[in-house]
Design a protein around this ligand. Sequence first.
Ligand code: HEC
Length: 117
Amino acid sequence: MKTTYAILILCCLLFVIACGTAKRGTPHYASVATTKEAVAKGEVVYNIYCQKCHPGGATGVGPALNNKPLPGTAIRFQVRHGMGMMPAFKEDVISDEEMDNLIAYMKVLRKAKDKTK
Ligand code: HEC
């Protein structure tokens, strides 16, 4: 009987400790900081490869990108495969990490343009 109680108490303690650590261990600012860094890096990628045809996400040689809620997967597909006049950008040109940053930037760009309307 004593051991059962001991195990029960031990389990409760472990549960409390585990939960406590999980809460305290989550830095609430981290994701925002990471996003900002990604957005800044994404802007560089955008300016190098996309700006000339989609200036500021507006219409240029290519169509406007800010005027529609393009999902990340659609952007990724378009960039990797190209279409019509738009060339494809493979992993050796835009890495997967750069692609993530690029998409993060394009979403921020779209929101920023929405506000000025
Ligand atoms: C040489 C010019 C050119 C460059 C460089 C270019 N694009 Fe495009 N883009 C186009 C054209 C033209 C289209 C329209 C293609 C079609 O549908 O025939 C297009 C279409 C797109 C679309 C689909 C838009 C829609 O309405 O569905 C996305 C997303 C896109 N481009 C993103 C990018 C990104 C991101 C980059 C940079 C990595 C980039 N493009 C670089 C010319 C370009």
